[in-house]
Design a protein around this ligand. Structure first.
Ligand SMILES: O=C(O)CCC(=O)C(=O)O
Ligand SMILES: [Fe+2]
Length: 224
């Protein structure tokens, strides 16, 4: 059953490779994950089978109650530059921007995906944060996922659907930066010291008109 979701050619290619950016006419290159000696970041390109990835993308776009939250930035209330949704076991409420967010129960169509992500990464997850970037104006700023509720050295498995977007890492002293291109069906696993040593962001891409959806599977310390 699970094998039906997963592409046979998900094994990373080795060696130094440069890949041309698939959008924009600016000549721009992306260093593939395999070039980067960051053992705590693993990029499984095209992990999901194309037909399954496309069906999951469509179902997630139209079938989930996406919300646009307000956050406080320098004391001012602002709309987040993306939509999101917190899904998880009943005891995985989490604190974000001063508020408790209760999880939506797992919709049945996400259960086989959760199992497949657990199998691939070798870790258990009880929650997933979904992000919906409506177009290239939506983005996620620099941050580390280092909240207490995620525990020490969290493992976060991030699945990408929809339009390809750049995903950046910079180390905390800001003298190194790496770039990944996340395409439909890619699974990026962040673990070990990733959240301690690096920040990540999904920058704006103003030429992109199509949406992207991202699922970040996490283990959240249960509330009870
Ligand atoms: O959209 C992405 O790929 C990353 C999302 C992210 O970093 C997060 O939800 O913490
Ligand atoms: Fe993150």
């Amino acid at each position: 059953m699970l094998q039906a979701l997963i592409s046979g050619s998900s094994v990373s290619k080795l060696g130094a490779k440069l890949k041309q950016h698939p959008y924009g006419n600016r000549l721009s290159y992306v260093v593939l994950a395999e070039d980067i000696k960051l053992e705590d970041i693993v990029h499984h390109q095209r992990w999901l089978k194309a037909e399954y990835a496309e069906a999951l993308y469509r179902q997630s776009l139209s079938g989930l109650p996406w919300q646009q939250h307000t956050i406080k930035l320098f004391g001012k209330a602002c709309l987040e530059p993306r939509l999101s949704l917190w899904i998880g076991d009943a005891n995985t409420a989490y604190r974000y921007s001063g508020e408790w967010r209760k999880p939506m129960p797992w919709p049945s169509f996400l259960l086989p995906l959760k199992l497949a992500v657990q199998q691939k990464s070798g870790h258990q997850f009880n929650s997933v944060l979904l992000n919906y970037y409506r177009d290239g104006h939506d983005y996620m700023g620099w941050h580390s996922d280092n909240e207490k509720q995620l525990g020490k050295h969290p493992v976060i498995a991030s699945l990408s659907l929809g339009h390809a977007r750049r995903f950046l890492f910079r180390n905390k002293s800001k003298d190194q930066q790496h770039e990944y291109l996340l395409e439909q069906g890619d699974l990026l696993v962040m673990k070990g010291l990733c959240q301690d040593q690096w920040q990540h962001s999904l920058p704006k891409a103003l030429r992109v008109k199509q949406p992207r959806i991202n699922f970040t599977f996490r283990y959240t310390m249960p509330n009870d």
